[in-house]
Structure formats: structure tokens, C-alpha cells
Write a protein that binds this ligand. Structure first.
Ligand SMILES: C[S@@+](CC[C@H](N)C(=O)[O-])C[C@H]1O[C@@H](n2cnc3c(N)ncnc32)[C@H](O)[C@@H]1O
Length: 214
């Protein structure tokens, strides 16, 4: 199905993100630095990263520049064509997450400003668990539905006929625990949060992530 936002206004997308200061991905890079510094058992750097809904590839480009191997999984061909122009080293799979084959390929999976665009969020988390290596890291950056600034953004998306499914961080945390992730919610500001989950074969899948401030 055509998305007005991502198939028609794709050329204005990067400027829009910059103007409204929606393009900051420093919190995600900081999580990757922490993971690399942990020296935990598991994959050494560079990481094999899936950027789900990676769009025009601003984050993917930063990750590639840091030496990581990045695959964007996103059905919006015009958005990802910009990502390819920005950095030809990015791998692009033009599929929705639900259609990706369930193989445990990635050390890290990132969804930045994408999870609230996905309708079937429980099954999506199960799929993310399937394509993530054991002890791999899931990072979801999204918006708190209670925030006024997020509500403005959601209104704009709805005006462009985008179907969206905003989710409070506490609901996402519970959903992630049910899908077998153990983790944490990090509140970045009144609008944005990060949900961090580790797919662990050793820990209980019932464990509920704690909420912390940053
Ligand atoms: C708001 S953009 C975010 C782009 C980029 N992550 C960023 O932060 O600038 C949301 C992206 O998610 C993609 N998307 C929506 N539903 C998706 C799904 N089910 N699977 C994968 N990508 C999806 C859209 O095509 C779009 O490119």
C-alpha cells in the first residue's frame, strides 16, 4: 500500500526531521559503544546490525562509518533509494519486517521512529527475537504518547493518512518481556524513550524490564 508520507513526500523527509530535531541518534550510538565496551561473551565489533524501518539511511550511514555491517529492512523503496545514494555500502531489503525470513542473523537490531508504524506489534517482537542472535541487543527508539510534542507529530502523520500505533514505554516493556527480552526503558526526554532488550537464552522470559531515567 502506498504511504503518502514515505512514497510521496520522501524528498522532504530529511529536511523535516532536521527542522523538528527528530534526527538525533546519539542515544543509540551510546548504547552500541556500551555494548562494545562490555567485553561480554558474544560478538566482537563490528556488529551485524539490522536497521528496521531505516528509511533514508541517516542512522545507517553513521553506523557504517563506525565500521558496522548494516542492513536496512524497509518496504519504502523511494526512502531506501536515498539511503543507498547516501552510502552504497548499506544492504537494503525492501520488505516489511513481517515478511523477512526468520533466521537469527543480527547481533543488534534497531528500530528508530518505526515501531509506532507497525500494526501487529506482538508478532513483530516475536519476529525480532527470531532474527536476533542469542545475547543480541534490541534497541527501539520511539515517542511517548502522553507528550504534547509527540501528539503533534502523530497528528501530522494521521493527517497524511498514515496508520500509526503509538505505544507507551511501559506497555512496550511488558510486550518485550512476553517476547523473551530482558531489558530496560531509558527516558531520553519528555517525548522520546529507548527500549533496550537483550535476547537471552539464559534468563526468564517473564522478567519485566525496569524503567530508569537518563
Ligand atoms: C518515520 S520513518 C523512520 C526512518 C528512520 N528510521 C529515521 O529515524 O529517520 C519510518 C520508516 O519505517 C518504515 N516502516 C513502516 N512499517 C514498517 C514495517 N512493517 N517494516 C519495516 N519498516 C517499516 C517506513 O517505510 C519508514 O521508512
Amino acid at each position: 500500500m502506498t504511504s503518502i508520507l514515505f512514497d510521496v513526500f520522501y524528498r522532504s523527509y530529511d529536511n523535516f526531521m532536521k527542522t523538528f530535531r527528530l534526527d538525533d541518534h546519539e542515544a543509540i550510538l551510546s548504547q552500541l559503544r556500551a555494548l562494545a565496551a562490555k567485553g561480554r561473551p558474544g560478538p566482537p565489533e563490528p556488529f551485524k546490525i539490522a536497521d528496521i524501518g531505516g528509511g533514508t539511511g541517516v542512522l545507517a550511514h553513521s553506523l557504517l562509518e563506525l565500521g558496522h555491517d548494516v542492513t536496512i529492512i524497509d518496504p519504502a523503496q523511494r526512502m531506501t533509494a536515498i539511503a543507498k545514494e547516501r552510502n552504497p555500502r548499506v544492504t537494503v531489503i525492501n520488505e516489511a519486517l513481517a515478511k523477512v525470513s526468520p533466521e537469527p542473523l543480527y547481533d543488534v537490531i534497531i528500530l528508530r521512529d518505526c515501531f509506532h508504524h507497525i500494526a501487529d506489534q506482538g508478532p513483530a517482537l516475536s519476529k525480532l527475537s527470531q532474527i536476533l542472535q542469542d545475547d543480541g541487543l534490541l534497541i527501539i527508539q520511539d515517542f511517548s504518547p502522553n507528550s504534547l510534542r509527540a501528539q503533534l507529530l502523530f497528528t501530522l502523520e494521521r493527517c497524511l493518512l498514515e496508520k500509526i500505533y503509538p505505544i507507551p514505554s511501559s506497555d512496550l516493556a511488558a510486550m518485550m518481556a512476553r517476547a523473551g527480552f530482558s531489558g530496560t526503558i531509558i527516558r531520553l526526554n519528555s517525548r522520546d524513550y529507548l527500549a533496550i532488550g537483550t535476547k537471552s537464552s539464559k534468563q526468564s522470559t517473564k522478567e519485566k524490564p525496569a524503567e530508569v531515567e537518563q
